[in-house]
Design a binder for this molecule. Structure first.
Ligand SMILES: [Zn+2]
Length: 334
């Protein structure tokens, strides 16, 4: 008899080792070619386990069918997971580690011992003493989001296809790219999927069921300063880094960032910022800052009515001889 839990762990580790980071600056679909590495592996594995209609669609989405095992007219349901991982941290060279029957002591990640997972600081982790815990090695992301969903769906598919005595209607499987960069579902996918209901396995805590969507928008701010030698800069130099800091500082940090908000309250989340003061003219100084304006509904618990949502135009309120592009952030959900 197949050990389903062992299979799940094996699949998670194998899939996490494959670099599938998406790229928000890419114009292609999928945004990165490397997502095909996992999509094609899943295509082969689904074919080998006997799934029907295994199809890699032109927009980088893999679909397949687990045929019905009952005579009744059960609705077709679909299960989805995304294959990409976030571009915000290193995704190449992932070395997953399974900490078997974790005893609750600190988990020190071996490739960077300053990275320590502690039950004292992570209550959800603390509730999993005795479980197998999967982590990265300390220098990369793990990619559990959403390789966990992928591994669960693949294990479920293998189990159901190997056990046709288990009663179920037609099940469609769907593996999508570019979720982490907010590309959303391809407009043709619902038709290609052909399901009455669809569930995405991409959650947090075990047992959590989310029935609302999460909307977001992104602003990219680029600041052009005025560069001049600091020795004779008085009245002339405009430091792009100072301007960027002012923009970030006017965001509502006390009320509308991820760490101080919950439920349906929207938030602003500064993802990255960098650049330099200036080096020479006429070559411009450009200080890119990415400020996604997450303004949508996050379904945490029961939620409630949307609260006040202040609107912010991040760039143009700051004074000074600088140029800001794409500075107004908005979201249809607001
Ligand atoms: Zn995800």
């Amino acid at each position: 008899m197949v050990d389903v839990i062992a299979e799940l762990g094996d699949r998670l580790v194998r899939y996490c080792r494959i670099d599938t980071q998406s790229d928000p600056d890419s114009k292609t679909t999928p945004s990165t070619e490397k997502q095909y590495e996992l999509l094609r592996l899943l295509e082969r594995e689904l074919t080998e386990m006997g799934a029907a209609d295994v199809t890699l669609l032109p927009y980088g989405t893999l679909v397949a069918t687990i045929p019905t095992t009952v005579e009744t007219n059960a609705p077709t349901i679909a299960f989805c997971a995304h294959v990409d991982t976030t571009p915000q941290f290193i995704g190449r060279g992932v070395k997953p580690i399974i900490h078997r029957a974790w005893d609750g002591s600190d988990i020190v990640l071996p490739d960077n011992p300053t990275q320590v997972l502690s039950a004292r600081e992570l209550p959800y982790l603390a509730s999993r003493i005795g479980h197998d815990i999967v982590t990265a090695s300390g220098t990369t992301l793990l990619g559990a989001d959403d390789k966990t969903g992928v591994a669960i769906l693949m294990t479920m598919a293998r189990h159901l296809l190997a056990n046709p005595s288990l009663p179920h209607g037609t099940i469609r499987l769907c593996f999508t790219p570019d979720e982490e960069i907010g590309r959303g579902v391809h407009p043709e996918l619902p038709k290609a999927l052909g399901a009455a209901f669809a569930y995405t396995l991409d959650g947090g805590e075990r047992g959590e069921l989310v029935c609302e969507t999460f909307s977001a928008d992104l602003a990219k701010i680029e600041i052009e300063g005025v560069s001049i030698h600091p020795g004779w800069a008085k009245g002339k130099l405009v430091n792009a880094l100072h301007l960027m800091a002012r923009i970030i500082d006017i965001l509502p940090q006390a009320t509308d960032t991820p760490e101080v908000s919950d439920g349906r309250r929207g938030f602003w989340h500064v993802v990255s910022a960098g650049g330099s003061a200036a080096r020479s003219r006429p070559a411009p100084t450009r200080t890119p800052a990415r400020i996604p304006a997450w303004r949508g509904a996050r379904a945490r618990g029961s939620g409630g009515p949307p609260e006040d949502r202040p609107t912010i135009a991040a760039g143009p309120t700051a004074a000074g001889p600088w140029r800001a592009a794409n500075t107004t952030a908005s979201c249809p959900a607001c």
